[in-house]
Design a protein around this ligand. Sequence first.
Ligand SMILES: [Zn+2]
Ligand SMILES: [Zn+2]
Ligand SMILES: [Zn+2]
Length: 401
Amino acid sequence: MFTLNPGQIRTDFEPGYIEFGALEDYADLIFIKVKNIRLDRLSATPVFHTPQIFSVEHEGRRLSLYWGDLHCHSNISICSRHPSFHCTEVNEKHRFSRDVGGLDFMMLTDHEYMSPFDWYKTKKYAQLSNADGSFASFEGFEWSCTQQKGFHNYGHYNVLYKDSGELLPISDEGCRTTGQLWARLKNNEALTIPHHPGDFDHPLDWERFDPEYAPVVEIYQVRGSYEDELCEMQPQQFGRKQTPGRSVKTGLAMGYRFGFTGGGEHEGVGLTGIYSPELTREAIYEALRKRNVYATTSARITLFFRLGGVLMGGELPVPPGGMETRYEIIAECTGDIEYIALVGPDDTYYIPGYSGERTINATANIFIKPGYLYVRIKQADGNIAWGSPVFIIGLGEGSRY
Ligand SMILES: [Zn+2]
Ligand SMILES: [Zn+2]
Ligand SMILES: [Zn+2]
């Protein structure tokens, strides 16, 4: 035990940051290792998690909105051992996500080149911190083949096991392509989540993408948004370059159906909201498979979107020429709204009347054609939410979507 006198506590912290430390005791000296943690991914003063859960009736079931991060690294990952990153021990990462971040689910995704002991720790703590009804914690790792020189760039995928599975290192010859990776996952119930698809150094190979194994794609993380090349929060604003033609909208234009997630990555920016009937690994996994998910820049923007009665991520069949149907949007923002838009393959429709508001309850008829439609909300403070698309499936021959 030790006591800090008021004079020993720094009070000149930068606004928006808190200081957080681990203690090390060397004989009679006490060092406090200090890390900066961005406060904008925290919902409130980090004391206790007091969830206020948004829920809604859908197809005779009550779905609740749960928040989590399915892309974060502990100091197992070499690239996380950086003084400006929030990196912690594996066990701390779970406690921090649940008790400080107030998250409902999480997955540590350290790089696949970790040692067998680090994988053992990853699995053990995922099991220990998982508690049905209060916190869902998944076993997983990051498969990032661009880090191996001389290999084809498939992109970076996070592997998420519904229950439990094995580490599949790229150094293993049978695990060097996405096809090989997915074949190895077949015996385990697992899904994979690609991230930063339009990154300059690690772009996603959409030609070798398969939504059966990757039902969701991380649209936003610390590098920025990969919605499309000229989107808001584009990586150039964060000093990163892009590879043209690899964005999320490229994948959608190729006719793939996938939902959107936000991931923390090394610096902890980006969150995923999930609509699920309960908070268990199994239910969260099923919601990811059904793409009933959305991404935010970390602000806890409540966003609920249905088109023709179909929840975000779902599929709505229409005649080839299109049809008129009803959309419903419920949103609770954390700041003033700048705009709310419905985004399709070719057009973006800005819904009038919500600028400066914080709450949205909008329903109206709209004419839809085969393609997709998703909601983007931007707040005046810059925060954004991206709802997963409703996929509008053209009935009959010859429809691109
Ligand atoms: Zn890394
Ligand atoms: Zn990566
Ligand atoms: Zn990563």
